[in-house]
Design a protein around this ligand. Sequence first.
Ligand code: BES
Ligand code: MN
Ligand code: ZN
Length: 499
Amino acid sequence: MNISFADISLTKSGALAVLVTEAATPRGVAAEIDKKTDGALKRAMKAAGFTGKAESAIEILAPKGLGASRVLLVGVGKTGDLDKAVLEKAGGIIVGRLEKDKETAGAIVVEGISSARVTAADAAAHVALGAALRAYKFDKYKTAKGGNHKDAKKELKTVSIMSGGAAAARRAYAPLSKVAEGVCLARDLVNEPANILHPAEFAKRARALSKLGVKVEVLSEAQMRKLGMGALLGVGMGSEHESKLVVMRWEGGKANDKPVAFVGKGVCFDTGGISLKPPAGMEDMKGDMGGAACVTGLMHALAARKTKANVVGVIGLVENMPDGKAQRPGDIVTSMSGQTIEVINTDAEGRLVLADALWYTQNRFKPKFMIDLATLTGAIMVALGKEHAGLFSNDDKLSRQLGDAGMAEGEKVWRLPMGPAYDKLINSRFADMKNVGGRDAGSITAAQFLERFVNKVTWAHLDIAGTAMSSPQTPTNHSWGAGWGVRLLNRLVADNYEA
Ligand code: BES
Ligand code: MN
Ligand code: ZN
């Protein structure tokens, strides 16, 4: 779907949507439409009891006196409560309705919508962002042969955002459109099935970021073996697909400025390995690379909007399969850090991948901080559902910054405790540690495991098992993989680490 910005005009055909704040009578464009249609708007508002409350909408079909096929009035609530999220939701709601109604073109009037917190240009830009995110589709595997093919002629092709200052709105939307691209890239990666998106294919897609100026390196198994990454390599032993480690670098800051680093779990499929998962719902484990997808989408967003910061993204790409060559419960592997790990459960594989990816990242880049994202534990969903990602950290300031960025972008995190009493639960009889702690506090013992590979660096771990996949359907997301985290981390960098 194409999004453009224009000045306000009521002469166009297609669908017309008008945002309205909560007010007694229609103003501006709404008043004009009411006049042109001989009072149809006011009558419809009254009949429906529509007052402009946020997330409410009414519709008038083919009104006499206008060229539009339909007029949608969409509420954004009281001016005093106006924020970016309300506007994004409105943009999403409009696209959702126009798609359902098989409209091919729509215009959205954003007039008289601003407050102390949101300028008029930002209002139009965030309506556009919501529209773009809602319009995302992953339908490449729906063919005409399957019979359920949708009619390409009836797709919503264009949405024009009409406002008083089209040029300012276009400028405000420019960086947001790059963030939307990053979110959609992350969604594509999460939605893609594992027969297509194996480690080499994922690495290929990460390599494509080089066209934005990202420096991309792909490490082979042989190179990782030389570095001593026995923990990561052990996970991929049962797979026909070679494991990869991808390093992405965006150098938008000063030459000597230390980078910030993001590390992602990229288990392209997680069968559990020899500790095989039960069949029900196993198909969801194509999304077990959600952390790596987020890091890749983030690097796209940061590079595309030419972020003034040095940023490193590292993703560990493996496939966890049962096989004659697969690692076994009881195996002991040696990580790049030199610490040994007894693999009690081959299904606790994400932490093994991250152990080496984290060690590598801090050793090579000496980052200001290191944040890892991983669909790490089912237990995080027991604790937090899909509302918050789990946050674990050795640093209060970074935790606060993540909390604030999450509130601002609607991608919330909730900090959980760590400490020596949890740490000792992963001591092993035979090695330096074991990869599972037992039944209690599963998400915390997983975080304690990761922390053993953090060497005096500011660090945070986001357990995104609940938020990365099988995502709630909202006005701005109708995708299985929401691309969670791209907006959060883009905001974290923009607000705290950009020159
Ligand atoms: N990828 C899973 C965690 C997961 C579960 C993500 C459900 C998304 C949805 C992870 O590798 C895993 O299997 N974790 C185990 C750990 C256990 C063996 C200690 C789990 O959560 O059961
Ligand atoms: Mn697993
Ligand atoms: Zn996993």
